[in-house]
Write a protein that binds this ligand. Sequence first.
Ligand code: RI2
Length: 358
Amino acid sequence: MTQTVRGAGTKRTARTIKFIQACQNEQSQRNAQVQYILNLQNSWGHVFDKVRGMASDIRDMKIRGAGRIARAGASAMGEFAEDHQTVPLEEFINDLDTAKKIILESRPTAVSLWNGVQACVRDADDASSFDEARDSVVRNAKSFVDMSSSAVDAIAKIGAKTVRKGDTILTHCNSSAALGVIKKAHAQGKDIKVYATESRPWRQGLLTVKELSEAGIDVTLIIDSAVRSVMKKTDRVFVGADTVTSAGELINKIGTSQLALAADETNVPFNVCTETYKFSPLTIFGDAVEIEERDCGEVADAEILPKGVKVYNPVFDTTPARYIDAIITEQGIISPGSVYDVMIRQLGKEILKMRDSQ
Ligand code: RI2
C-alpha cells in the first residue's frame, strides 16, 4: 500500500514516512533528554537561587548586623540542604561548598557569617551517606540559630549588671548585643540615658534611637563627630562587634575606634558586647580581617562632587585591645587577652583541622 503525504509540495512513500517517523522518535527522545537536563538545571538553579537571594539581601544590607547575617547565612545553608535532591555524597559536598562560597562573598568582614556557615557544614565531611550529611547540615543550622539568639539574651543579663543607676551610656551604630544590655538595664529600673551616634553613611543610629525610644529609654541622637563632646557626660560605652581577633582587637562599625580613644582619654569604661562566635579562629593562623569598602555613592552622590574628587568608604575599623576594658560574652565577661583561650577551648580538635586546611 502506498500512502502519500502532502508536505512542502512533495509526495512521500511509506518508506519515507517510516524513516521520518524514526527520525522524529529519535528527535523526541533527544528533546526529552534535553528537557530532563534543563529541568534538572532549573531545579538546581532554583536551589542556588535561594542562597544567592539571601547573599544579595546581605550584600544590599536588607539583612544587616553581624548576628543577624550569621543567622541568615546559617538558615540559608540549612534550607539549601533540606531542599537538595538525593545525589552522590561527593556531589552534595561540592554543592555545599558552592553555597557556602556564594554566602561568604556577600560581606567579608564579620567572621560571624563565616562561623555561622562553617558550623552548618562542620560534620558533612565525616558523613558516610548523602542523608547523613544533609541531616547534619539541617540540624547544625538550627542549633546555630538557636544558640545565636539565646547568646544575645545571656549577654543582656550579664552586661546589665555592670550598669549603675542613673548611668549615661554611649553606643555606636546598631548592635543587638549592645542594645540588649541597655534595654535590660532600663527594664531593671536603672534610670539610664543614652547617646546614640548617627553612624554614617548608613545611619544605623536611626534604628537604634527608634528601638530605644520604643522601649521607653531617654535617648539622644548625635552626629559621629560629637563623640568626644559627649564623652565627659558619659559613664560607660557599649558597642557591638563584627569580629574579634585572637589578639583581642575589635573590628566594628567605622568610628568605633574613635569612641575607644575618646573613652580612654576620659577614663570611661569601653565595653564590647559580643557572642563568642564573633571571635575569629582564622586570625589565630595569621589571616588578616578584610575591611569591607562599600560603594562611594553611599557617602556622596557623584553629581555633587567636583570632577576628580575621590571617595573612600571603609565601613569598619580596628580598635586595639589596649583600649578595651571588658568583652561581655554569653559565657561571661572576659578581657581581650582571653579571647584566644576561649576560642581554643570551644573549638577543641577542630582547631587543628582548621590549621591543616589553611
Ligand atoms: P549585632 C553591624 O554591622 C555593626 O557594626 C554592629 O556593631 C555589628 O554589626 C554587630 O551587630 P552592619 O551590618 O550582631 O551594620 O550586635 O555593617 O547586632
